[in-house]
Design a binder for this molecule. Structure first.
Ligand SMILES: NC(=O)N[C@@H](CC(=O)O)C(=O)O
Ligand SMILES: [Zn+2]
Ligand SMILES: [Zn+2]
Length: 345
């Protein structure tokens, strides 16, 4: 038996949803993670400080007795967001970041930003007060191929924005391409990137070969193998610009297994197990702590967790349920297609 002990990890990109789904999925995150950045793409979205405060209360209320977990709230940037409300939410310690969804890019993003110039007053304020912007980095232009949308976003939106507002701290979330990795590595200190567990494991063949696999469909969509390899290299490098954001994004099975299925993989339950496997494969178990527990807090200016968790490699396979039951309905668990031997003790 092998084991490693690391500081308790955090999840820097997480969808908890609301109501019965929130109650169903939150315990899996809280079991392993001390904190998570909570995505604001509810229906309706979490737009104002008042919305974020009420949502935080609902998350805390949904936490089972005896579990500890700190939700780090975000505001959903719209063209009508009030810079004063954002600043106030930041100063009171309520929010950790503001989230940019280009309108139409992903799940519940229709209230997102169409015209970046309309968001400039808020972005300028954020640059001034040191509040990070988290971005879903994909263009939505219909003539751009879905596999190119991240690379085109970097070129046409992100790079110009960072030149215009060099002081703005930006997290490029769920990076899925070699272009994304290279752009982050070649940039100044105020750009970093989160990487999901599933993008280290699947490429686009897993979605499409031998039949369509809706539970591997997420956004940004998984790309070619060489992109997955670039992500693995970045995540396991120890480079402080890369950290874990699982993007665990539960949808009930009927909404995934249908003619127009939702994007998102539910990974919070087996993320640490899968990551230990991936890092071991890459000969980088000693860098798992940097990726999952150290680089994220450093980027967001927070202390690393003092508590530790131990990951144990068992002689025999560790199993996870194929799906969990929530009050909102069944949710299929991400299947890494390899046998897991690691789990959290
Ligand atoms: N990642 C996904 O595929 N889906 C996310 C939205 C997002 O993070 O883009 C969701 O909210 O379902
Ligand atoms: Zn996204
Ligand atoms: Zn997400």
């Amino acid at each position: 038996m092998t084991s490693i002990t690391i500081r308790r990890p955090d999840d820097w990109h997480l969808h908890l949803r609301d109501g019965d789904m929130l109650k169903g999925v939150l315990p899996y995150t809280a079991a392993h993670f001390a904190r998570a950045i909570i995505m604001p793409n509810l229906v309706p979205p979490v737009v104002t400080a008042a919305d974020a405060s009420a949502y935080r209360d609902r998350i805390v209320a949904a936490l089972p007795d005896g579990m500890r977990f700190q939700p780090l709230m975000t505001l959903y940037l719209t063209e009508g967001t009030d810079p004063d409300d954002v600043e106030q939410a930041h100063r009171s310690g309520l929010i950790t970041a503001v989230k940019l969804y280009p309108a139409g890019a992903t799940t519940n993003s229709h209230s997102g930003v169409r015209d970046m110039t309309k968001a400039m007053p808020v972005l300028e304020r954020m640059a001034k007060i040191g509040l990070p912007l988290c971005v879903h980095g994909e263009v939505t232009t219909p003539d751009v191929d879905i596999f190119d949308r991240e690379a085109v976003f970097i070129e046409t939106v992100l790079d110009p924005l960072r030149k215009q507002l060099p002081e703005l701290k930006v997290t490029m979330e769920h990076v899925t391409t070699r272009e994304g990795v290279d752009y982050i590595m070649g940039s100044s200190a105020n750009l970093a990137g989160s990487i999901t567990t599933h993008h280290l494991i699947i490429n686009r063949n897993d979605i499409l070969v031998g039949g369509i696999r809706p539970h591997y469909y997420c956004l940004p969509v998984a790309k070619r193998e060489h992109h997955r390899q670039a992500l693995r290299k970045a995540a396991t490098s120890g480079n402080a610009k890369f950290f874990l954001g699982t993007d665990s994004a539960p949808h009930v099975d009927p909404l995934k297994e249908c003619a127009c299925g939702c994007a998102g993989c539910f990974t919070s339950i087996n993320t640490m197990s899968c990551l230990a496997h991936v890092f071991e494969e890459e000969g980088a178990l000693d860098r798992l702590e940097a990726f999952a527990s150290l680089n994220g807090p450093a980027w967001y200016g927070l202390p690393a967790n003092e508590e530790r968790i131990t990951l144990v490699k068992h002689e025999s396979a560790v199993s996870y349920p194929a799906r969990i039951e929530t009050g909102a309905g069944p949710v299929t668990v991400f299947d890494p297609k390899f046998t897991c031997y690691w789990d959290v003790a």
